[in-house]
Design a protein around this ligand. Structure first.
Ligand code: 5AD
Ligand code: SF4
Length: 436
């Protein structure tokens, strides 16, 4: 029996899919090379913008064909779109056998059994399933041997007016620290060197537990023997405090990289988004980060064309990009999400204007990214090699998350190696391995 999983959306979905693969493998399933030979197809969906919504439906249309040769094949849909609109999807695609929400993933074995008996297996709860943590007991099946995601908090208590996530993923629930450390320990024993702590809002970690702070989690993870690098995503600027920034600077394994979404530069738009900070507040956090961690690589998310955004508002976003000089910017055109407060606003910036602003912004950022990368020329950096290409080239990442290609021996895979950068390209770098 074989399974195939198609994942849309963020790292949380990727990690949930890794867990689902873990569940299926524990039931004896093997991964299929291609969806057409699978006995179980799972589509893990995203609902953050309209585009991913549409992609899901077209993927389902394709996967439907699996039943031609294999009528007993099971097709399941889960993730954020399933949570928000599972019954609607079922109407549009009645051939689906299984639909389950974001907090019911641990019930996959039960649901699968039901579906295989020919019954529709549906589990979309309004409330968070109190047994959701049972999911943590399953191993993750990872593509990457040396780096691993660890979910530390689920859900989000912020109510940004454009965002669907609080409705699809529920309120903030931090995992117990002991539970997280056990998973990290297990991963290290499995060969993992870099641990990537993830959550919709990791910087809020511990608030709901009351007795532990995010920086303490960082210390605890760093104390697990064998953890050589730590990253975390995504943090809300409002919850990023000086203690966390100090911990990032003091803990040797925490990488000099941070994704800190600003969304917009204009105070008026930030207010309409209910982000809870002004441009000045945000830039003060950036200043603090650069003070404690001078080499930090910063990245961000931007929304262009929020209802009511004017050209002057947009220019404030451009101003921030020029001032911060991010290493990477993920920019999106605003997409109204049903049920969110912003979806009721009618003054949406004209499509054509928003598209032009977006492409101008992306082009400007490309240059900044390249200029930042050029500073790496002739520098010696630490690289964790993760993969070997067919032509023998090793591929890895710096602590600042830059992609580096080098030629070297296989046994350097999974090792932290010093590399002298000799070529800087737009999206990657090449270098010479300095042997110890
Ligand atoms: N429209 C466009 N982009 C959005 N994002 C979240 N909601 C929307 C929306 N309605 C973006 C934000 C967030 C990223 C994951 O997706 O920038 O940080
Ligand atoms: Fe998409 Fe947000 Fe759900 Fe992640 S949490 S899958 S980005 S809607």
């Amino acid at each position: 029996m074989k399974y195939y999983i198609r994942t849309f959306g963020c790292q949380m979905n990727v990690n949930d899919s890794e867990k689902m693969a873990g569940i299926l493998q524990s039931l004896g399933y093997k991964p299929a090379e291609d969806w057409s030979e699978a006995d179980v197809i799972l589509v893990n969906t995203c609902s953050v913008r309209e585009k991913p919504d549409q992609k899901v439906l077209s993927a389902l249309g394709e996967f439907k064909k699996v039943k031609k040769n294999n009528p007993s094949a099971v097709i399941g849909v889960c993730g954020c779109l399933a949570q928000r609109a599972g019954y609607e999807i079922l109407q549009k695609a009645p051939f689906i056998d299984m639909v389950f929400g974001t907090t019911n993933i641990h019930n996959l074995p039960k649901l699968l059994q039901q579906a295989k008996l020919g019954n529709k297996a549906i589990e979309i709860l309004e409330e968070i399933d109190e047994n959701e943590n049972l999911l943590n007991q399953y191993p993750t099946v990872r593509e990457n041997k040396y780096t691993a995601y660890v979910t530390v908090i689920r859900g989000c208590d912020k109510k940004c007016t454009y965002c669907i996530v609080p409705y699809t993923r529920g309120k903030e629930r931090s995992r117990r620290i002991g539970d997280i450390l056990r998973e990290v320990q297990f991963l290290v024993e499995d060969g993992v060197k870099e641990v990537h702590l993830i959550g919709q809002n990791v910087t809020a970690y511990g608030k709901d537990l009351g007795d532990v702070k995010f920086w303490e989690l960082l210390v605890a993870v760093a104390n697990v023997k064998g953890v050589e690098r730590i990253r975390f995503t995504t943090g809300h600027p409002k919850d990023l405090d000086e203690d966390t920034i100090k911990a990032m600077a003091d803990i040797p394994q925490v990488c000099e990289a941070l994704h800190l979404p600003i969304q917009a530069g204009s105070d008026r738009i930030l207010k309409a988004m209910d982000r809870g900070y002004t441009q000045r507040d945000y830039l003060q956090k950036i200043e603090l980060l650069k003070k404690y961690i001078p080499d930090i690589a910063l990245s961000t998310d931007i929304i262009v064309g929020f209802p009511g955004e004017t050209y002057d508002d947009y220019l404030e976003t451009v101003r921030v990009l020029k001032e911060v000089r991010y290493d990477q910017v993920f920019a999106f055109k605003y997409s109204p999400r049903p049920g969110t407060p912003a979806a009721l606003l009618t003054s949406i910036a004209p499509e054509e204007k928003a598209s032009r602003w977006l492409s101008d912004l992306i082009n400007m950022q490309k240059e900044i990214t390249f200029e930042n990368n050029l500073k790496y020329q002739d520098r010696v950096v630490e690289v964790l090699f993760e993969e070997k290409k067919e032509d023998g080239q090793l591929v890895g990442r710096t602590r600042t998350n830059k992609l580096v290609y080098s030629y070297g021996r296989d046994n350097l895979l999974g090792e932290l190696v010093e590399v002298k950068i000799n070529t800087v390209n737009r999206f990657s770098m090449e270098g010479i391995i300095l042997e110890a």
